[in-house]
Design a protein around this ligand. Structure first.
Ligand code: NIG
Ligand code: FE
Length: 414
């Protein structure tokens, strides 16, 4: 049966045919249709246009009608960078930071990623799955219709695989489009404190082959940063994964620019994420490449570290994607509406740039740009309907408020 969403005050981010991404000056443009409808069949967008056109089309008797009642319709957010699967919150570290400790000082004391890993190793797969499912459903109600989820809190063969199995179950049991990323190289476990090479061997020679043979990951990732993994480790991992046919996305330049951007780009990474600290070498590497620079403003907000230079990247002609980085340590929120507000308020991006950065460009950064990220015939009907709002700029403007009334994933109301 067909479904038609009618009486849409403004249909946002329409596209005639799917684009790869939106870059530079084009990021300031979006297409919209006022007083519009969208038709959906078998979970796919089959038609959209103005209400005037719709009324003249055909007999809609056999059609389920959803009345948007003057709200706007957007494509759902694609969140291309999250650590949604975790065992426990870490608000005691949050309090430690209020009391003056830095993120790296907390990590040195055994907090941080190692703290999350210890808790996850002692949590069952079922419990992790149930908790992650609750979080995922909360995000869907806030407008997220596609999400990338990383491992990286296991740090042992058994627990990394456990995390990836949880992600696989989320893929199988929910409507949301999910991509899984193997992030075994997220931190150096205590047992390997003085033997980082030994841990890299474990990741590359033991974990990665299992991940590949069980088809548990769409991507690999590594935290390329002083005190974590080096540029050489990054090169080694990306090359090993490519041999197994797994593309990469990397955590780079969160605290220091050490060459991870160029290494990732040169080896064909799909995205480089964080980018709080950028050098001219990093910009040059990105120009003309197929790699999506991905900014995580909620992480800067929460940790009080510098915000990435989105406006400069756009001025340089690059595309920019904005994702949440949802995780218990540096970003305990996966709310993409808040990411959009920070995009405007802190990164000085316009609402149009933010819409492109959280839909089409994040879709590219998780390899789903042909099926998601815009209102386009043939793409998945993953949409949200807002309450009546005065303009699309109202959404990022009224930060922290919820204006989403209904979410539709694969054509079905959630
Ligand atoms: O993307 N930077 C590395 N990983 C996460 C934080 C992980 C944590 O603190 O638990 C991030 O910010
Ligand atoms: Fe992250």
């Amino acid at each position: 049966m067909k479904t038609v969403i009618k009486n849409i005050a403004e249909l946002i981010q329409t596209e005639e045919s799917p684009r790869k991404w939106v870059a530079g000056k084009d990021m300031s443009k979006i297409n919209t249709i006022k007083d519009a409808f969208v038709e959906v069949e078998n979970g796919i967008i089959t038609l959209f246009g103005s209400m005037e056109e719709w009324e003249g089309i055909e007999d809609w008797n056999n059609t389920e009608i959803i009345d948007a009642e003057g709200g706007m319709v957007f494509p759902t957010y694609c969140d291309s960078h999250t650590h949604l699967v975790f065992a426990a919150s870490r608000e005691s570290e949050f309090v430690d930071r209020i009391n003056g400790l830095s993120y790296s000082e907390i990590a040195h004391k055994g907090g941080g990623i190692l703290n999350s890993a210890e808790k996850l190793q002692n949590t069952s797969e079922d419990e992790l799955y149930e908790d992650s499912l609750v979080r995922l459903n909360e995000l869907v109600q806030m407008g997220t219709g596609a999400i990338e989820i990383k491992s990286g809190y296991g740090l042992t063969i058994e627990s990394e695989i456990k995390m990836l199995r949880v992600i696989k179950r989320l893929k199988e049991n929910t409507e949301v489009t999910i991509k899984a990323t193997f992030l075994g190289a997220h931190a150096i476990p205590k047992e390997y404190k003085d033997n980082k090479e030994g841990y890299m061997d474990l990741v590359i020679n033991e974990m990665l082959p299992i991940v590949a043979s069980e088809k548990l990951a769409d991507f690999v990732d590594i935290f390329c940063e002083k005190g974590y993994f080096t540029v050489n480790d990054t090169i080694r991992l990306i090359k090993a994964a490519s041999k197994l046919g797994i593309p990469s996305k990397t955590h780079v330049n969160q605290f220091n620019s050490i060459g991870g951007v160029k290494a990732s780009v040169d080896l064909g990474a799909l995205s480089v994420d964080h980018l709080e600290e950028m050098s001219s070498v990093d910009y040059e590497a990105l120009k003309g490449s197929n790699c999506m620079p991905t900014i995580l403003p909620s992480c800067s907000f929460f940790l009080g570290i510098p915000f990435s230079q989105a406006a400069k990247m756009i001025d340089e002609g690059l595309p920019v994607a904005l994702a949440s980085d949802y995780n218990p340590g540096s970003t305990p929120s996966g709310n993409m509406n808040f990411v959009a507000s920070l995009g405007c308020i802190q990164l000085k991006m316009t609402p149009e740039q933010v819409i492109n950065a959280t839909t089409i460009n994040t879709a590219y950064a998780m390899g789903v740009e042909k099926e998601l990220g815009s209102i386009c015939i043939g793409k998945k009907a993953n949409l949200y309907i807002t309450k009546p709002i005065p303009s699309y700029a109202y959404l990022p403007y009224s930060f922290g408020q919820n204006h989403i009334r209904k979410v539709i994933i694969n054509g079905r109301l959630q």
